[in-house]
Design a protein around this ligand. Structure first.
Ligand code: SF4
Length: 881
């Protein structure tokens, strides 16, 4: 169900609706406090003592089958075993925290609960950012001046880095949006981190010099940029700014994948800036619960673990989460004795995912909630993935809107943002999704046995039920749906005629008249959730997926109410040939979700190796002048770094349009007619290339479908064979194949295996897809990639949603469509040269790269060259290749 209602896009990291599962505001004081342990009591005899016993939850409603250990795919490990692990350090000493009284525990729970509730509702601002500095690292750094700002870097900055920093400082000083394009391997991350943190520090210093002990939080909940849409609050560098108008902005670093966040943390270690760090990622990587961490769906399993306090639902295997209980008992990481570890000079002043997980094991606390608590403590640097910024449900329920308030937001690999934003604002659901969405909530309400809860659920679910009834009829008899006129597309799908269908559906069919009405329903849902918790139907640490999904549905409806009437949405209905009919309210502009997220920020810096053409991106994100929001009303600073830098002799680019007279073309019609010949032609190139190029060879295909076609064909031809143990070989060389739907962990594992194989002769080949995890963000430096082969041009497939988007773009549709392909090629090509001494060759296999079409050929080659461009010098080894 969740996946059906969640944006699906290969370009976006998976959404975790439980990014912040901290809904302690809903917990009564008498709720379970499972925290006290007497160090003298033998753990094996019953575990830690409890201050208060858990209320016995009512039986799970008949409609909702009780989860089983098998359904959660949990490891058979006992609770006693986990307690023993916690109790004994390697040297045999006890690691138990000191004992606290039940009264203290309840007070801490209450304090934490109230803080979270206030942050979420907006009644409380986050504390001012905690800013630190490590002079011992400064001694190892180079000082440079950028637009009047002193910046420290571990190395002498390259010209490209100087330009990146200048653009960023200008954008921060003028509260503007900046697009920063800089080729891969030029140190963008280091430059942007140092510039933003140096700017933050300079603001902090100004306040300290003025005699303030703490910098102020932003004065108003109304973002300054909204209060005055035309003029900036102030201009110029921070040193010339009047002290009274200054505040210290938080720096928020947004990346697409965990690997990219890890890279940012690694660069942070080299800098002297030490703001309090909060790494906000999902519990997929952070959970330490002995059962939950081995479950397939950790969010659901965490919910079960925290819900089944007496172990009733899981057969006595799980009884609460001791990691979270313990963290609350010892005040981890918020009380001074623990927090100092995370401040400048502390052991975890800079930490990555593994560091926090290890610390969680050592202290027997939950890393996921530690990161949440560090945010609430006033983290100066918050690192998160795209969903936290763009997903309206994740952002609001995790209080991330408060984090973004007047913050400097740096978005890495920002060429993905338009697609990610469109997906975040799109609603997709089948008939059965809509049915389960309301029936699950109804089931929980009925289980409370409270008339009022059932009534609330009835009202909250009303819109979904009406949409469900409409879809049932509309998919069979579209002509009868007078309110929303549907026309049939060649694909057999139905769509609204004039682009106003979504708004009509939401207002007239679903009965949601205004955003205020949606807000009222969200409040009712919150009240319903409180009742579920009181009845033990929902974990006190997480929200149930039923509540989450309804919350997401309502928030997406609110976006449609705001933008649906302006042509920002299109409605499509898929008739049921097999399975259930489905409904999509497709967001056609990234501006809908992006502006909702970024309107209150201090400044936004979008960085990538491939952002151009900027005009398209500006329009897509709603940044054109006159849009109505001050942040976007000013023309952004656009800096394309290093455009004039040529491709040096460490890089060879070859574009091939045919092989042995066989034309190479990856269009659907050409492949339909000559697929075998086309793949034989590619195979001929492989035969020649693979033995000639040492170490790693990367092959990128436009889609999984085309990759699988090639794999099947080459298997038949004997080019690709599977040997003993399941290992694949391509022309006798070890080969790894990226399959669709790989998790981030599986994908990382694949890359590690490939890198190891690439180091040994005769090297290795990785067959992957453009826009996939291997093509963007992964680092294949030196031996990992001596050749990158781009097989075909990755134009988006012309499915209904792409056609609707092109229709929406009107006269810019060709430019948009081509830019999508160039950027993907550019990213794939960018895997080749990762630093100044790196070298390799880039092979573009398609007639369209070779200039078959003059109009397209030049642009396509330019896109590839932009991705591969680097400051390079001559290399004899490259000539040999
Ligand atoms: S609260 Fe417990 S179960 Fe949930 S993420 Fe943390 S360690 Fe895992």
């Amino acid at each position: 169900m969740l996946s059906a209602l969640t944006p699906r896009s290969p370009s976006v990291a998976p959404t975790d609706l439980d990014e912040d599962s901290d809904c302690l505001e809903d917990v009564e004081d008498s709720a379970v406090i499972d925290i006290l342990s007497d160090p003298e009591t033998p753990v094996a005899k019953g575990g830690p003592r409890r201050a208060l016993d858990a209320p016995t939850p009512p039986p799970v409603p008949a409609r909702l089958p009780a989860p089983t250990r098998a359904s959660l795919d949990v490891a058979p490990r006992s609770r006693q075993a986990s307690l023993l692990l916690w109790a004994q350090a390697p040297d045999g000493t006890s690691k138990r925290p000191k004992r606290i009284t039940p009264q203290e525990a309840v007070a801490r729970r209450r304090e934490r609960r109230e803080r979270t509730a206030d942050l979420r509702s907006g009644d409380r601002q986050l504390p001012p950012p905690v800013v630190g500095y490590d002079p011992s690292i400064e001694r190892l750094c180079v000082k440079t001046e950028v637009e009047g700002l002193e910046v420290h870097l571990p190395v002498q900055p390259l010209d490209a880095q100087q330009l990146v920093m200048a653009a960023a400082v200008r954008a921060m000083a003028e509260r503007r949006v900046a697009f920063v394009e800089s080729p891969t391997g030029t140190g963008k991350t280091l430059a942007l981190l140092s510039a933003s943190l140096a700017y933050q520090r300079s603001c902090h210093q100004k306040w300290a010099e003025a005699g303030h002990t703490l910098p102020p939080a932003p004065a108003s909940k109304v973002p300054p940029s909204k209060a005055d849409p035309e003029a900036p609050l102030w201009t110029g560098n921070p040193t010339s700014m009047p002290v009274a108008e200054q505040h210290v902005p938080r720096v928020v670093w947004i990346a697409r994948t965990h690997d990219q966040l890890q890279h940012a943390v690694a660069e942070l270690r080299r800098l002297p800036y030490r703001p309090l760090e909060a790494l906000r990622i999902s519990r997929e990587r952070f959970c330490l619960h002995p059962f939950v961490q081995s479950a397939q769906d950790k969010s659901a399993a965490c919910e079960m673990a925290t819900m089944t306090r007496n172990g009733s639902a899981l057969g006595g295997g799980i009884s609460g989460c001791e990691h979270l209980d313990n963290a609350e008992a010892i005040g981890y990481p918020t009380i001074a004795e623990h927090r100092s570890k995370f401040e400048s000079g502390g052991k975890l002043a800079v930490y990555d995912i593994e560091d926090l997980v290890k610390d969680g094991h050592d202290t027997h606390t939950c890393p996921y909630h530690a990161a949440l608590d560090l945010t609430a403590e006033g983290a100066g640097l918050v690192l998160a993935t795209y969903p936290m910024l763009l997903d309206p449900c994740v952002r609001e329920t995790s209080s991330f809107s408060t984090v973004l308030q007047d913050a400097i937001v740096v978005i890495d690999e920002a060429h993905n943002i338009p697609q990610a934003a469109r997906d975040a604002a799109t609603f997709r659901g089948t008939l059965s999704d809509l049915h389960f969405l309301s029936s699950k909530l109804h089931g929980l309400a009925q289980a409370t046995a409270e008339r009022e809860a059932v009534d609330l659920a009835e009202r909250v679910c009303g819109a979904v039920t009406r949409l469900h009834d409409w879809l049932k009829v509309a998919s069979d008899t579209p002509a009868k749906q007078a309110l929303v006129r549907l026309t049939e597309l060649p694909s057999g799908e139905l769509r609204d005629g004039g682009g106003k269908g979504c708004l009509a559906l939401v207002t007239q069919v679903a009965g949601l008249e205004s955003s205020a009405e949606v807000e009222r329903l969200v409040r009712m849902l919150r009240s319903l959730r409180r009742r579920f918790i009181e009845h033990g139907l929902e974990g006190w640490a997480v929200r149930s997926s039923a509540v989450n999904e309804m919350d997401l549905f309502l928030r997406k409806m609110a976006l449609i109410l705001e933008e649906g009437g302006r042509g920002g949405y299109a409605l499509t209905v898929k008739k049921a040939t097999t399975g259930s009919p489905s409904l999509s309210m497709v967001s056609l502009s990234g501006a809908v979700a992006f502006q909702a997220a970024a309107h209150a920020c201090h400044s936004v810096i979008l960085a990538s190796g491939t952002l151009a053409p900027f005009a398209l991106l500006e329009r897509e994100l709603g940044l054109q002048p006159g849009r109505g929001s001050a942040l976007f009303a000013r023309s952004p600073v656009t800096t394309e770094v290093g455009q004039s830098e040529g491709i040096g002799s460490r890089l060879r680019i070859l574009a091939l349009g045919s092989v042995d007279g066989q034309r190479l073309c990856s269009t659907r019609s050409f492949r339909a007619q000559q697929l075998d010949k086309y793949l034989d032609g590619i195979g001929t190139v492989l035969h020649a290339l693979l033995p000639a190029v040492p170490n790693g060879k990367l092959f990128f295909f436009p889609s999984h479908e085309q990759l699988q076609d090639a794999v099947r064909h080459w298997r038949r031809r004997g080019l690709l064979d599977r040997r003993k143990g399941g290992a694949e070989f391509l022309c006798g060389i070890p080969a790894m194949v990226e399959t669709s739907g790989l998790s981030s962990e599986a994908s990382a594992e694949l890359v590690v295996q490939y890198r190891m194989a690439a180091r040994q002769p005769p090297g290795a080949a990785l067959l992957a897809v453009m826009r996939g995890r291997c093509a963007e963000g992964a680092d294949f430096k030196d031996e990992a990639a001596r050749a990158v082969v781009v097989v075909g041009v990755p134009f988006p497939s012309l499915e209904t949603e792409v056609q609707l988007k092109m229709e929406h773009e009107r006269e810019n549709k060709d430019a948009w469509y081509q830019a999508e392909a160039y950027r993907s090629v550019s990213q794939a090509a960018g895997r080749l040269l990762r630093h100044q001494a790196d070298y390799g060759c880039l092979l573009l296999l398609d007639g369209r790269f070779a200039g078959e079409s003059a109009r397209f050929g030049a642009s396509a080659r330019a896109g590839a060259a932009r991705g591969a461009r680097s400051r390079v010098g001559p290399s004899r080894r490259c000539r040999r290749i």
